[in-house]
Design a protein around this ligand. Structure first.
Ligand code: NAI
Ligand code: 15L
Length: 268
């Protein structure tokens, strides 16, 4: 049993879900966000923090033996916003971990690191980056910081390139990208329990019949996803109009993110 797991981004969509599902997986869940978080219950601590504030992040990480790093901008936005939360924030987190005994970090990376790959291409861990926006670029930066801190200091991380983590698949693309909530939880347990982690990229997806991503390289973690978006295929075919083959959502792995503009920063 772990003593204290820190969840950053705990007020967000996945943070709120993991707050419930990781209850009891550690003696204490330390919940942090820049946004308001509902009050702590038994076995929880709420510690508000802006990830862009290095001194505050250093204190935040103190006493934690595992980190699930979800905090940051989670969609395409201006460089200003992305820079503070996803560039400075991820650097602050890794440097704070180095100063605090190097607890394992599960970094919520994203499929948008490779979003411009065509949906007909199957990818493994050697696939080249093809970000579909500044958000995807920021997740590549996070993966690079994790790699640096591993090679330089031995910091262990799982770089989870999450597909689409929702209660159920909602559209045609999610027949490939869906990551069930339970499969995310079992991955977190496997990562914290593994005798050796290193700095390992894991595709955050369930075992979808129509998936694009090959996790063979990460088999040593002993993680076995159980859910399959195919169980919802008939319902999606019945209720969701199928996009045209030339639409970004049906062409590229990153879907509609590939169609986003570069959002102007304040000074532009
Ligand atoms: P979300 O946007 O609902 O939650 C992110 C949280 O981070 C928010 O509560 C926000 O207040 C917080 N945050 C933003 N800037 C911050 C700062 N400067 N300091 C502290 N906290 C800050 O996103 P969601 O969907 O819960 O995703 C969680 C993580 O997983 C994100 O990093 C996202 O990029 C990643 N991810 C999520 C996917 C999904 O399917 N939901 C898919 C791929 C990646
Ligand atoms: C992400 O990276 C986003 O954070 C999430 O909101 C979804 O859009 C997801 O990717 C996706 O590609 O479905």
């Amino acid at each position: 049993m772990m003593n204290r797991i820190l969840i950053t981004g705990a007020a967000g969509q996945l943070g709120t879900m993991l707050r419930e599902k990781l209850r009891g997986h550690a003696a204490v869940l330390r919940l942090s966000d820049i946004a308001e978080i509902p009050a702590a219950r038994d076995g929880e601590e709420v510690v508000p923090c802006d990830l862009a504030d290095g001194a505050a992040v250093r204190k935040l990480v103190e006493g934690c033996d595992g980190i699930v790093h979800l905090g940051g901008i989670s969609v395409e936005r201006s460089f200003d916003l992305i820079e503070a939360a996803n560039l400075r924030g991820v650097y602050n987190l890794y440097d704070a971990a180095r100063a605090n005994g190097m607890p394992r970090i599960i970094f919520a990376s994203s499929n948008h690191t490779i979003g411009f790959h065509d949906q007909t291409t199957r990818l493994d861990h050697t696939a080249p980056y093809r970000p579909d926006g500044l958000y995807g670029v920021s997740k590549i930066f996070g993966e690079a910081v994790a790699s640096l801190y591993h090679d330089k200091f031995g910091q262990e991380s799982a770089l989870v390139r999450i597909g689409s983590c929702t209660p159920r698949p909602e559209n045609w693309r999610m027949l490939a990208t869906w990551f069930s909530q339970d499969d995310f939880v079992s991955l977190i347990d496997a990562v914290f329990a593994a005798p050796r982690l290193g700095c390992t990229m894991v595709w955050g997806a369930s075992k979808n019949d129509h998936g694009w991503w090959d996790n063979t390289h990460a088999a040593f973690l002993g993680w076995h996803p159980k859910d399959n978006a195919a169980a919802y295929a008939e319902e999606i075919a019945r209720t969701v109009p199928r996009p045209g083959r030339d639409e970004a959502v049906a062409r590229y792995q990153g879907g509609v993110f590939t169609d986003e503009p570069i959002h102007p920063s304040k000074e532009d």
